[in-house]
Write a protein that binds this ligand. Structure first.
Ligand SMILES: C[S@@+](CC[C@H](N)C(=O)[O-])C[C@H]1O[C@@H](n2cnc3c(N)ncnc32)[C@H](O)[C@@H]1O
Length: 391
């Protein structure tokens, strides 16, 4: 659709994988309303504008020192809770009983959370609540407060906070920092006992679901983190001749900004369904922002959770209109990914494109979409559309 060396804007970048794939041949602008997407895009795309030195690898030694320091402080603050949590992690598969499951749930319910209005009978956990509500960051403890014994064991949460502390303490450069933060996002996602997202943690309704959950509780966050740092550094390619930019705006705001001057093609992969992405990935957003937001609802969502117009039946058509009109204003073609399970039909989209002045061509493939554990089966087969809109 556009010649090599032109500029492509991945306007709903998510994991930034499309921009990372195209970066060899095009200048890339990567955007998403979620801040974590910008961090991943910096580490996979923008990092190509700098040459990594040996020093980046050696930072691990410095990081480990700071990580150990924060973790030791956390263990000293919450020694009894730490021991109790680990006593459950140490239980072997096959040894769990319904009585132990109930004891564990009793332990979990002591943690301050929106569901108990942050009330706790434990002295240690009361201190945890006070430190978090005061925004006290002399010891990093955001994950310990937000997600201990839901997605992570207490020790895993301590590991996550301590790595986060080490990254902030040791690394100044924004791009290098993004590489280590992305590795931590990976470790966070792979050690979590959720079903690939953070919409809701498992309710431990029987021994079998507890045993399943505790498989993940034995994973070592530091090991996953180190492995991913190595992989990102190995993946890194220095491409000095290109321009890479990563931003985090609402798409309509971005279309009005000078940041995107020179764009030849907008690749748009907006949300398809009524479920907001921010509900699935709020925990990663918190990890990146590290801002001690006071969580809401049983799922402990962020108070500033973004509600996308692409997920709202009353707003989706206007959202597409503003996307296409914005593209037309900067004289850019659009390549749109959508599906037949989307909030509006293919007909509505192509009619809108013609009305605004684009010509459109549609390709269709069948695709297996993960149900993310919701429907009792792994995948749904859907039709994915690729709509080429040219001016
Ligand atoms: C289908 S996903 C994109 C997936 C991406 N192509 C990838 O490879 O991971 C849609 C993305 O749109 C983002 N999004 C939703 N509403 C937005 C808005 N108003 N402005 C910018 N980004 C938005 C979501 O945060 C989400 O990451």
């Amino acid at each position: 659709m556009v010649p090599r060396n032109s500029t492509i804007l991945d306007i709903f970048a998510g994991t930034a994988s499309v921009g990372a794939y195209l970066k060899q041949d095009y200048n890339i602008i990567s955007n998403d309303i979620q801040n974590y997407s910008q961090i991943i895009a910096k580490s996979l795309i923008e990092s190509s504008s700098i040459e990594l030195t040996e020093e980046t690898h050696h930072m691990i030694v410095k990081l480990e020192k700071e990580y150990v320091q924060n973790k030791e402080k956390l263990i000293k603050l919450f020694p009894n809770t730490y021991d109790e949590s680990n006593s459950f992690v140490d239980i072997k598969k096959g040894e769990w009983t319904d009585k132990i499951r109930e004891d564990y749930l009793h332990f979990v319910n002591k943690f301050p959370a929106p569901s108990n209005e942050f009330e706790t009978s434990s002295e240690e956990l009361s201190l945890l609540k006070d430190l978090y509500f005061d925004g006290n960051k002399s010891t990093y403890l955001q994950t310990v407060f937000l997600f201990s014994e839901t997605y992570f064991s207490l020790e895993q949460a301590m590991d996550i906070d301590s790595i986060r502390f080490a990254i902030d303490t040791v690394i100044d450069d924004e791009i290098i920092k993004s590489i280590f933060l992305s590795a931590l996002i990976y470790a966070y996602s792979y050690c979590s006992s959720g079903t690939g997202h953070f919409a809701m943690f498992r309710d431990l309704k029987d021994v079998s679901s507890v045993e399943d959950t505790f498989i993940y509780r034995k994973k070592r966050v530091w090991e996953y983190f180190i492995k991913k740092v190595d992989q990102i550094i190995e993946y890194h390619r220095y491409i000095p001749s290109r321009t890479y930019k990563t931003v985090s705006y609402d798409f309509s705001e971005l279309l009005d900004s000078p940041e995107i001057i020179g764009t030849s093609l907008i690749y748009a992969d907006p949300p398809y369904s009524f479920v907001h992405y921010s509900r699935f990935y709020h925990a990663i957003e918190s990890l990146v922002k590290y801002d001690y937001d006071i969580p809401k609802f049983k799922g402990r969502y962020r108070s500033d959770r973004h509600q996308s117009p692409f997920c709202q039946r009353t707003n989706v058509l206007d959202a597409f209109r503003s996307l296409f009109e914005g593209a037309k204003k900067i004289n850019s073609h659009v390549l749109l990914s959508y599906s037949d399970t989307g909030m509006i039909s293919l007909d509505e989209i192509t009619t809108l494109l013609i009305e605004i002045g684009f010509q459109s061509k549609v390709e269709q493939i069948q695709y297996d979409h993960s149900t993310l554990g919701r429907k009792g089966h792994k995948n749904n087969t859907i039709n994915e559309y690729l709509i080429r809109a040219t001016l």
